[in-house]
Design a protein around this ligand. Structure first.
Ligand SMILES: Cc1cc2nc3c(=O)[nH]c(=O)nc-3n(C[C@H](O)[C@H](O)[C@H](O)COP(=O)(O)OP(=O)(O)OC[C@H]3O[C@@H](n4cnc5c(N)ncnc54)[C@H](O)[C@@H]3O)c2cc1C
Length: 399
């Protein structure tokens, strides 16, 4: 990658940082390193992702944008962009605790007590604690403030009863950060608390949900009088809504990572260059070439918007509506590209892994199915459009 690829000229310090990251990736990435691609043998994949995070942590690269005093490097926005770009170019996997590094850690830094920071942050970095997010409920997704999981105070504990759903990774996580209703008389947003809980707490049960892809990447989490110390409340008691908003802002920044999309574009270009279901020769069909140019332009636009959102997040600013724009573009583009992969593959595209003749060994079908979820996770496209309409375009609020 050259300086031009970062869209800014790099200072000597930035170049030294880039060289350090490159040298680390050169030495650390082996043929055995887990890739982003879903592989068979979930357990092995997870063990390797954990191992990869340990390597990043040893090199002080697990959470470079965190302040130095908490184990990060107080990286500048440019350094974060360099890091993201180098990781993507090297096809490096993500750390197992990615969401905790990107969302929970910054939230604890912002809202936690000294004790909470000292206890949780090092364990996030080392992957000693793998975390999952317990926000959504069967009747509280987009309208998160209507959540019903109850917590009553009993001495120095909260006693929690309710149900969470779509909890990604809960089946192998150690801990969960969750929203519970601690004051039922207050306005919906004023009676919520943000709680850090151990998943091994008696009364918490995790049940995997089987998806349309056949995999089980998310879960239902049932809480039946689970006792969690009051000292595990993050931020003010009953004031968890503001804390949750911090996490959700960081989540949207995290979702705008562009390397997955760039990789998908590379794969599509490769597929379009081969004889395919729509054209006999590379890009011979106007529709195909038109689509590819459109995707390439959108990917470039996304790179710019995502860079702005990342920069705001790294500076500790609320990521703002740019994060919604980046999230919207990322997920819609992800989905459109997966759909187009199916178009290019023709009937072979619908065959699953293991079926003779399956396009890309079943990955085309897998991506198509998987990407149905892209416009839901981390806030649906309609919700992002509402944010953009209200906060960027100044249109009237959604009632
Ligand atoms: C892959 C994936 C991973 C996830 N991981 C987690 C996780 O780890 N932890 C967690 O807590 N949650 C997780 N979720 C849940 C996710 O946050 C919710 O799916 C999302 O917030 C939407 O909520 P819902 O599914 O209840 O849909 P609803 O909120 O019921 O929405 C249904 C439809 O109505 C539309 N809609 C709703 N309100 C409005 C409105 N005001 N204006 C216009 N349209 C509207 C929506 O856009 C959608 O099309 C995950 C979801 C996915 C897909």
């Amino acid at each position: 990658m050259t300086d031009a690829d970062y869209g800014v000229s790099l200072s000597l310090r930035d170049r030294a940082f880039r060289d350090e990251v490159r040298a680390f990736l050169d030495s650390a990435l082996t043929a055995d390193t887990p890739t982003q691609t879903r592989t068979r043998g979930e357990k092995t994949r997870l063990e390797r992702m954990r191992w990869w995070q340990t390597r990043l942590h040893e090199a002080r690269l697990a959470a470079i944008s965190w302040p130095t005093e908490f184990g990060g490097r107080s990286a500048t926005p440019v350094q974060q962009l360099i890091f993201n770009a180098e990781m993507a170019a090297a096809r490096a996997p993500e750390p197992i605790n990615r969401s905790a590094i990107n969302q929970l850690g910054p939230t604890i830094i912002q809202w936690g007590t000294d004790e909470q920071r000292a206890h949780y942050l090092p364990r996030i970095l080392s992957a000693e604690d793998v975390w999952c997010q317990g926000f959504s409920e069967p009747d509280a997704g987009s309208d998160l403030a209507s959540l019903k999981t109850r917590a009553t105070i009993d001495g120095d504990h909260l006693v929690i009863t309710g149900q969470k759903v779509w909890t990604s990774k809960a089946q192998y996580a150690d801990r969960i950060y969750l929203l519970v209703r601690t004051d039922t008389r207050a306005e919906p947003r004023d009676g919520i608390s943000y709680v850090l809980a151990d998943l091994a707490t008696p009364g918490i049960e995790v049940r995997p949900v089987r998806q349309i892809t056949g995999a089980s990447e998310f879960n239902e989490v049932f809480l039946d009088e689970a006792r969690v110390p009051l000292s595990n409340v993050l931020g003010p008691l009953h004031g968890g809504w503001r804390v949750a908003k911090s996490t959700l802002g960081y989540e949207r920044v995290g979702q705008s990572r562009t390397h997955r999309i760039e990789r998908r574009l590379d794969i599509l270009v490769g597929m379009a260059k081969q004889p395919n279901a729509l054209t006999e020769k590379a890009f011979a069909d106007e529709y195909v070439s038109d689509q590819m140019v459109r995707f390439a332009a959108q990917v470039e636009a996304l790179r710019q918007i995502a860079a702005q959102a990342t920069a705001a997040g790294v500076r500790g600013m609320s990521p703002g509506p740019e994060a919604s724009l980046a999230k919207l573009l990322t997920s819609e583009l992800d989905q459109a590209m997966a759909n187009f992969g199916l178009d290019l593959s023709g009937p072979a595209g619908v065959l699953e892994a293991g079926s003779p003749g399956a396009a890309k060994n079943g990955n085309v079908a897998q991506s198509y199915l998987l990407m149905r979820a892209a416009t839901f996770g981390a806030g649906t496209s309609e919700i992002q459009r509402n944010v953009i309409a209200e906060r960027l375009l100044g249109l009237p609020r959604d009632p």
